[in-house]
Design a binder for this molecule. Structure first.
Ligand code: MN
Length: 308
């Protein structure tokens, strides 16, 4: 996340309609060697609503590997939002939470003024792993709140046009996610096991992002597969999702986030000075509590470009 990346935008031209961008994800490594695709932040899109980070991991076989191992590290000013599709992960944090997350479940950790956590594949490491982790920027009024952790074992589901729709964040068709959020947001998972076709109603004041997690879909008349984020400006009331065969897609949205945020490593703040302070505090062991029980080292924060 610290690296400057070349811009890779496919301008759609007239066929794509105004206010639509296709943005290539980039390959990145999470923790101790897990290959993932990063869809946010990706120039020219830093955010979709308050969603400020989106990693897609898997689907992958874990046999003979270490699986996911992300040692204790801090966060500020954001919520981490984990959506698991296959396999299992174990979350530990400095509040004392030890929470397995399994397929179909959501973990929501509100960092507020500061928290630390670890994430790992439970032993023995085996089977499949597939999921997504997103971050949500907290608005100024809530970003120094007390840290919290929320596990959502059974997010609401509904059926529409051959799609099974899981309401991960916000509200859709009178189904509301239990996720405690602080700005208007939407997160939907659409899964089909065959042909499916449905118009999904959108809030016109939201901007949206569409990321295919499995298979291939046609959205708004465009073919989309894993590895590309479709970003849509506000002003849409509907979006058509079609699949010819089994597919899974993530739809995120929110009102454009008006506050200017600064991100460095695992921190969200409002100034370089603030990010330098978080970095120094973590490396001195101040202000982020302790994660108990993780069999490995805490991750040191890299020096910021603003350190002197
Ligand atoms: Mn984290």
């Amino acid at each position: 996340m610290s690296e400057q990346q070349a811009t890779e935008v496919t301008e759609c031209g007239a066929d794509c309609g105004a206010g639509v961008q296709r943005i290539a994800t980039r390959d990145a490594v999470l923790g101790e060697g897990l290959a993932i695709r990063r869809a946010l932040p990706r120039p020219p899109r830093r955010m979709i609503g308050a969603w400020c980070f989106l990693d897609h991991f898997g689907p992958m076989h874990l046999d003979d590997g270490a699986g996911m191992r992300v040692g204790p590290h801090p966060h500020t000013g954001l919520q981490t939002f984990t959506w698991l599709l296959q396999g299992e992960l174990l979350h530990r944090d400095s509040l004392g939470t030890v929470q397995p997350i399994r397929a179909g479940q959501v973990n929501l950790m509100t960092a507020g003024r500061g928290i630390s956590h670890s994430e790992e594949s439970p032993q023995p490491v085996q089977g499949q792993l597939h999921g997504a982790q997103l971050w949500i920027a907290l608005p100024d009024a809530q970003r120094f709140n007390t840290p919290r952790f929320q596990h959502i074992a059974e997010p609401p589901r509904l059926q529409a046009g051959g799609w099974e729709i899981t309401v991960l964040a916000g509200e859709y068709d009178q189904q509301r996610s239990a996720a405690e959020l602080h700005t208007p947001l939407l997160g939907l998972d659409l899964h089909s096991s065959g042909a499916a076709e449905q118009f999904v109603d959108l809030r016109p004041d939201f901007e949206h992002g569409v990321l295919v997690l499995d298979g291939q879909i046609e959205v708004d008349g465009q073919l989309l597969a894993p590895g590309e984020l479709l970003a849509l400006d506000p002003g849409r009331a509907q979006l058509q999702f079609r699949s010819a065969s089994a597919a899974r897609v993530l739809l995120i949205g929110g009102t454009p986030f008006e506050e200017r945020i600064h991100m460095w490593w695992n921190f969200v703040g409002r100034s370089h000075e603030e990010l330098v302070r978080y970095t120094d505090d973590w490396n001195k062991g101040v202000g982020f509590g302790e994660v108990q029980g993780y069999d490995g080292a805490r991750i040191p924060a890299p020096q910021t470009p603003w350190h002197r």
